[in-house]
Design a protein around this ligand. Sequence first.
Ligand code: GAL
Length: 686
Amino acid sequence: MNDRQNYGWKEMTMGVCYYPEHWDKKLWADDLERMQDAGITVIRIAEFAWNKVEPAEGHFEFGFFDEFLDLCEQKKMKVIFGTPTATPPAWLTEKYPEVLNATKEGILYRHGGRRHYNYNSPVYRKLSARIVEKEAEHYGKHPAIVGWQIDNELNCEASEFYSEADSAAFRVFLKEKYGTLDGLNEAWGTVFWNQTYTDWKEVYVPRNVAGDGINPHQYLDYFRFLSESTVKFCGMQAEIIRKYRKPEDFITTNGLFRNVDNHRMEKECLDVYMYDSYPNFAFGLDRDPLTADDLNDRKWTKNLNEVRSVCPHFGIMEQQAGANGWVTKMEGPAPAPGQLTLWAMQSVAQGADFVSFFRWRTCTVGTEMYWHGILDYDNRDNRKLAEVKDFYRKLKSIDAVCGAENVAAFALVKDYDNVWDSEADAWHRRVAERSEKEIFAASELYHTPYNIVYLQKDSELSDLSKYPVLLYPHPTLVSRERSVLLKSYVEEGGTLVIGCRSGYKDMNGRCIMMPQPGLLQEITGSDVREFTFTGLAQEAVWASCGEEKIEMPVFNDILEPHDGSKAIAVYGNGYYAGKAAITEKRFKRGKAIHFGSTFSRKNLKWLFEYLGIKEPFAELIEAPETLEVVMRKKGDTCYLFVLNFQAEEVSFTLKREMRLLYTGDTKARKQSLSGYGTAVYEVLLP
Ligand code: GAL
């Protein structure tokens, strides 16, 4: 655990990503001055520039960044310095091909892209530790530096690793976990299809197999292992930087990718977490508009919500500032006027107190020459720069929001074991993905923002009891500790809601020979007597609760209430009509609901009403579902963010007088926002 969890920004801060190595030195001073003029006070640099510091093995040259950092100091520009391990130099991969990651088929990823290395190669770890140590030692005390970024987007591009070094490290991981091969064979159910291992040498990271069969228990451990490898690689760098950095400088990394326990990485290695926000991914020509989700335009709120659960006051290291595209893919439109501000405010609304745009000027060479920055190749002032300046004015007008907490109507509960199990298990994935998407949609449409709580090793009752309602959609894997924690939550007065497919596996992902929902039955009192996918051909299944008809999509648990629980809705059609679909058990001071299907925006409307979940700002604003409304709160002061993701003007009503922070004017009653418009209001609660 590091000593500076929950790093706090002192004020709203704006930054940009800059690559001094991409430009003629003659441009540096002018670039820094123009940035300052726009309100940019922090730049992130150096994250791919290994060769600039170690052009040949063991030969170090510090002059390039010395010169640049000194100029930054002179121009009063602050710097986040990135370690360069995402792009090993050609001399390195050529001499030590064992550092390369491989495809599942065993083919090595070659030099030329990025993130082509594996975390477990001893040579790569050694050479990475050395370059990080050299950089931290040399630049660590430079007055311009305010923070360090480890690598770049750990697990982006490649989030699965299949090199020989990975198999070797996987064996060590498994030996530590299981002690004996018998233990491993038992946990992985290797009795099935004659997979029994008789020597550790026979154990590998997953490899190509005939047909689509996999061992799901092996995969579950494999994902845990990948996470462990990522966290350790990050931790190794953090430990080195910590020795040399100035005590006030932070350590961070950016992005949020598959197969890593970001919460653990944040806790063990970092001071603050940063995210890279590119909402325009939703609109590229490579996205089929017919299959695009609705609410696609504001989908990034869902990701930002995840980031906030890792780190309440995170930063945005890369905020989209132009059209996105690589020469090979992603043909994206330029942000329309207003969108750049809208997306940046979306980040701030969700908890970011630092926003750094990607990138100052579009690169003129390489794969990313269509990943547009604020300035275009011609380097002239343009509409995007004007909007960045205007965003800065708005950001400073809401300085008081810095450090304010997001207000949630309920919490969505998740845990990495279930996330990773659903990666390998299509039945689990089908229900989990569907419910999460729909919970997000419901929260947007009904203005019921939520926080995400990940159950972790050190989770405590107080992490849960701040929320009156926990929605834990499909906890397929349940451990004894987790069921005990959830039981105390309910006993203390909380309402726990679980969906179908709960509690039928142990922590190795093996199905348990107990009535479902397994260990959770003690809390819910429900008994799953039968279960089934609803099937495409079948008429949509619904349940009735009095006059209400509740949609029960995708999968159905056919329930029997026991042990003090009662049916609050019964199936209305199909061969299980009349059987319990939703049960409720009042338990000490709280209650537990077993909802026998996946969640949808329609059935959540009923559930939210049933449970009294409503807009936390219901007394303050009435807004149509086309607007996103988010509230951050500090003491008695609330900050309401109203964001219009539509191209058209949208109206809404302020139910009380409040101050529009952008102008300082007092507003009340009917208001409107132009297309892609945003507003932030301050209101004191009585
Ligand atoms: C991010 C990455 C940047 C840049 C950008 C545009 O994922 O961190 O280095 O590549 O995307 O592709």
